[in-house]
Write a new protein. Structure first.
Length: 141
């Protein structure tokens, strides 16, 4: 039986955080903030699955950047980030590379964030899975 612990301390997708981002004056995509909805922070290496859907369409993993502590990471790098700590009080910014960005208006943002708790073993080489997923409708100008 598959299961995951879920603790809702905060909305995962942060209100009013959806905006375009620019590189050298060119609109290169959009970004929004997320929070870790858990009672303590974790190292990014405990993230087992990270996906983003916008308006029901999954964003290709290679187009997602996970930004935290002044640094920017690809999703494939997260597993190796054993010394990059995500404090529960700090939002992470998720950038989606999409030249021209998305249209103005409301967009459904759906984040899949599954991680494990390294101090809660549930079997040999297996740790408690945590469901840190969230969804929200945000507006971009």
């Amino acid at each position: 039986m598959a299961f995951a612990m879920r603790i809702n301390f905060a909305d995962v997708v942060v209100d009013d955080s959806l905006k375009h981002f620019f590189v050298n004056g060119t609109k290169m995509g959009y970004q929004f903030d997320i929070r870790l909805s858990y009672y303590r922070g974790h190292f990014l290496s405990v993230i087992d699955e990270f996906k983003v859907k916008v308006d029901g369409e999954e964003v290709p993993t290679e187009d997602i950047r996970f930004c935290l502590n002044g640094k920017e990471f690809g999703v494939a790098q997260l597993h190796d980030l054993v010394s990059e700590f995500w404090c529960i009080t700090d939002p992470a910014t998720i950038k989606v590379i999409k030249p021209g960005s998305i249209e103005a208006g409301e967009h459904d943002i759906d984040v899949t964030l599954m991680f494990h708790s390294p101090y809660m073993p549930i079997g040999p080489d297996e740790y408690m899975p945590i469901d840190g997923c969230g969804q929200k409708t945000l507006t971009i100008a």
